[in-house]
Write a protein that binds this ligand. Structure first.
Ligand code: 4AD
Ligand code: MG
Length: 430
């Protein structure tokens, strides 16, 4: 019976056929141990000379890593293997031979591996990380569908900036300039006024000139936008979403998480109530730990790492000073300290920001004033002002960086391995 590796544990004692690749090989005398992979998992197949015969045994012994083959064998229980089984091989037919596969089962430098990303994808760690990514995407869609959201998409070519001019990618667009989208938020706001609750989910582009462990120039962002939500409703939605996704992964990605040696006890901390922290209190807390930050300072990656190592839980950092935030954020008119109704969501274990969100300005005059203060061209935003001219309502939303969420859940160090083909300042190939 033809099957997949991730189904083998339910087929103990049966003879099965798998189509896949030889991920690794080790021989000792009259026995060969193959690690087979088929895209659903990895399993050890044992080849015994006295079982398959000398000719077949020698043929298999000569095969190179990444040779594709169909393999027949009997499924045996094996408590020590991550799949819980191994295969007692009875036959192997080569589909296509592979020789001198460039990635050896030893340590290579990251540059070497990224140059061969199209092949590196086949390795265990990349298999695990990218399957987790796929499951996270599925769980996110499921969550928003259950919550009654409409999937809405923003354009990739835009005429406007959203998150500051310094990270815009400019492209030539039939004789004029266009920008690759920095965020679908503004178009998402139009969607919220039409459908109430929407989310966009797509590629997002930022000309990030810095090399960090959490920045890509092309990444995927999920952006919900909800009419009548205030900033607190917005945070509650973030908390439900994160818990839904982490729970989903704890239930459905155990094999992959184990492969990456993710500490599941730590991951379960995501299910604890989130800690809310006013920006002012965060500064005080940091200053107690050796920093000397100004009360209105921007809290950067290093500071976030310190904060998130102080607590087990997710931290909701809110009420940032208006001057360090984007033009569209609603000021807190009660505090009188020129702070905005925004929040960043900081993931634990030193991970830091994975979400940025806020309540939006819904008053036309105030929005026009802010656009001018930020030196932006009001003409480009005319359609956006219309959303405030015709039945404006308070509304809120946020942006979740998919790669940063994968980085946190999978427990990997750098976002570059959380996307199939990372794009960074020095990386456009393969
Ligand atoms: O905080 P940001 O810039 O917020 C916005 O773009 C809002 N317009 C979102 C909204 O309210 N609809 O970006 C949101 C998230 C960040 O928290 C981070 O997770 C991710 O997007 N992000 C990046 N991820 C990888 N590489 C980059 N260069 C990123 N820039 C932002
Ligand atoms: Mg941000």
């Amino acid at each position: 019976m033809e099957t997949n590796i991730n189904k083998l544990k339910n087929q103990i004692g049966q003879e099965v056929k798998i189509k896949g690749w030889i991920a690794n090989k080790r021989s000792s005398g009259s026995i060969i141990f193959l690690i087979l992979r088929d895209g659903t998992g990895f399993v050890q197949a044992v080849v015994e000379k006295n079982k398959v015969g000398t000719d077949k045994f020698d043929e298999i012994d000569r095969l190179g890593i990444e040779t594709s083959a169909d393999v027949t064998g009997i499924v045996k229980e094996d408590a020590r293997s991550p799949m819980g089984v191994e295969l007692n091989l009875s036959n192997l037919n080569v589909i296509s031979e592979s020789h001198n596969y460039p990635i050896a089962p030893k340590k290579h430098g990251v540059k070497f591996l990224l140059d061969r990303r199209h092949l590196w994808l086949r390795s265990k760690s990349q298999f695990a990380t990218l399957r987790i990514r796929s499951e996270i995407i599925w769980a996110l869609h499921e969550f928003f569908h259950k919550e009654g959201f409409v999937k809405f998409d923003g354009p990739m070519f835009t005429a406007n900036e959203v998150e500051g001019g310094s990270t815009l990618f400019e492209v030539e667009y039939f004789g004029r300039s266009a920008y690759l989208t920095q965020s679908a938020q503004l178009h998402g706001e139009a969607g919220a006024m039409a459908f109430g609750k929407i989310y966009t989910f797509g590629p997002t582009f930022r000309a990030e000139k810095s090399k960090t462990r959490r920045h890509l120039t092309e990444f995927w962002m999920l952006e919900p936008e909800v009419a009548f939500y205030d900033w607190k409703d917005n945070i509650a939605l973030q908390e439900r979403m994160i818990k839904y996704v982490v729970k989903y992964c704890l239930e459905n990605c155990t094999y992959e998480l184990e492969m990456l040696e993710r500490d599941l006890k730590k991951l379960e901390n995501a299910l604890k109530p989130f800690i809310w922290m006013h920006h002012r209190d965060a500064v005080k807390e940091l200053n107690k730990h050796g920093y000397s930050l100004d009360e209105r300072a921007d809290i950067g990656a290093d500071e976030e790492a310190v904060l998130t190592n102080m607590y087990d839980e997710f931290i909701v950092l809110h009420h940032m000073p208006a001057e360090i935030k984007a033009f569209y954020m609603q000021p807190d008119l009660e505090e009188g300290d020129n702070r905005v109704l925004c929040n960043d969501l900081l993931a634990p274990e030193g991970c830091g920001e994975i979400i940025g969100g806020s309540q939006r300005i819904h008053d036309l005059d105030l929005l026009e004033r802010r656009i001018k203060e930020y030196g932006l061209d009001p003409k480009v935003f005319d359609w956006y002002f219309d959303l405030r001219r015709y039945g404006s309502v308070p509304h809120s939303g946020f942006g979740l960086g998919l790669e940063r969420l994968v980085k946190y859940i999978a427990g990997v160090k750098h976002v570059r391995t959380t996307i199939p083909f990372p794009r960074m300042i020095n990386r456009l190939h393969p």
